[in-house]
Design a protein around this ligand. Structure first.
Ligand code: C5P
Length: 401
């Protein structure tokens, strides 16, 4: 996607400018041709020589020192896409009003290529009404805004305002180049590693028959896709069809044992595990290689328990944040009990016997239980909306204060 594309990298003056060097490298590695343009204050944080060494050309720093008569229009016309990272409050304000008093803003005004902006500033400045107004203006103008994240800021402060990681900016640039409509991407799950299980397992009775259930994998797919779109690195272990067009690593399995093996071997590495799969609780024992025949009389099928994937994770010493699901019919009392007994952080209970809720539907009506027994009942929502709220809730839980 980026190979051979001409990218103008604008760098304005914030401490996150050091990450612009890494961004330039990622773009060059992806095959893009990169030209940088810096504001004067960016030079206080990042050496022009560093960008020159990475991109192969000296960055444009001023209107006047250049060989070119009109460096801003040259660059603007040359670009397939432009990205400003970091974008300070001042740069955003100037972009929003068209105040072209430096070569970076002039280049942004002179280009017709898609523009991606990665804000970075202190929380108070980001939350200031003027900045928020300016961001709204940029969005309305078709500019793609990526971030900021909540996290460590200059001077030991923490809060919203931290520039997203270069990987997230590359992803946003690819979207912009593909013609995606501008939208704010708050990549609040960037840096998170996430594991999701989905679908209903199938336990063989013989080589052609199985014990299964009605789970479609839609809820787990929505949770995985939502996490990926918010910047997480997602592994989806599924016994159903995975979501199309989402950037998730898919591991396809069939039985509870395969799902357990796939999950347990990967879960030590993740920050959050969400077990949305409907895992069979029992499986037939002694399954042979030939089909059971009617003529042989009624078979006796012995069953044994399957591994409890969730219990295995709950018992880990350094377990990830753990979310379980409970499909109930009728009362959700069982879900409340499981929330306190299973060693999870959250349990999502749903009554699968209700219309529009549970298996194979596009909607779900769920109640969220905490391990201390508190509950929150959500209305009937689309599964992507349930996924969005679930991730909001998890982030709230994980971010103290
Ligand atoms: O107790 P119950 O089967 O209702 O618990 C459901 C939760 O446990 C779900 O999150 C499901 O993915 C998980 N589970 C599991 N391994 C099993 C059965 C269920 O991880 N063998």
């Amino acid at each position: 996607m980026l190979a051979g594309r001409r990218i103008v990298l604008g760098v304005s003056g914030g401490v996150a400018a050091y990450k612009a060097a890494y961004l330039a490298r990622r773009l060059v590695e992806a095959g893009a041709v990169v030209r940088a343009v810096m504001t004067q204050s960016a030079g206080q944080f990042l050496g022009a020589q560093t960008l020159a060494a990475i991109t192969g050309e000296h960055p444009v720093e001023d209107f006047w020192d250049e060989v070119e008569v009109s460096p801003h229009t040259d660059l603007g016309q040359w670009a397939d896409a432009m990205v400003i990272a970091p974008a300070t409050a001042a740069t955003i304000a100037k972009l929003a009003t068209g105040l072209s008093d430096n070569v970076l803003i002039a280049t942004a005004l002179a280009t017709e290529a898609p523009l991606v902006v990665a804000p970075a500033m202190h929380t108070e400045m980001w939350e200031n009404a003027a900045t928020q107004r300016n961001v709204e203006t940029l969005l309305a103008d078709g500019v793609m805004i990526v971030g900021p994240l909540s996290g460590a800021l200059a001077g030991g402060d923490t809060g919203p305002g931290r520039m997203v990681e270069p990987e997230a900016i590359v992803a946003a640039l690819e979207e912009a180049l593909a013609g995606a409509p501008a939208r704010a991407r708050v990549l609040d799950l960037a840096g998170y590693k996430v594991l999701v299980t989905a679908g209903g397992t199938r336990e063989p009775i013989d080589p052609v028959r199985f014990i299964g259930n009605r789970s479609s994998g839609k809820m787990g797919n929505a949770i995985a896709a939502e996490a990926a779109s918010r910047g997480a690195q997602v592994t989806l272990i599924t016994a159903a069809a995975p979501p199309s067009g989402s950037a998730v690593d898919v591991v396809s399995v069939e039985t509870a044992q395969q799902m357990a093996d796939a999950t347990w071997s990967r879960v030590a590495d993740v920050d959050v595990a969400i077990l949305a799969a409907a895992v069979a609780d029992f499986r037939p024992t002694g399954v042979g290689d030939s089909k059971l025949r009617r003529g042989d009389g009624l078979p006796v099928i012995d069953i044994e328990p399957t591994p409890d994937i969730l219990a295995g994770i709950a018992a880990m010493e350094n377990r990830p944040y753990l979310v379980g699901f409970a499909a109930e019919t009728g009362s959700l009392e069982g879900a409340r009990r499981k929330a306190t007994e299973k060693g999870v952080d959250l349990l999502v209970g749903n009554d699968v016997s209700r219309a529009g809720s549970g298996f194979a539907t596009d909607t779900n009506e769920v109640t969220i239980y905490t391990s201390s027994g508190e509950s929150d009942s959500w209305p009937l929502l689309s599964k992507p909306e349930v996924a969005r709220r679930l991730w909001d809730r998890i982030l709230e839980d994980r971010t103290p204060g």
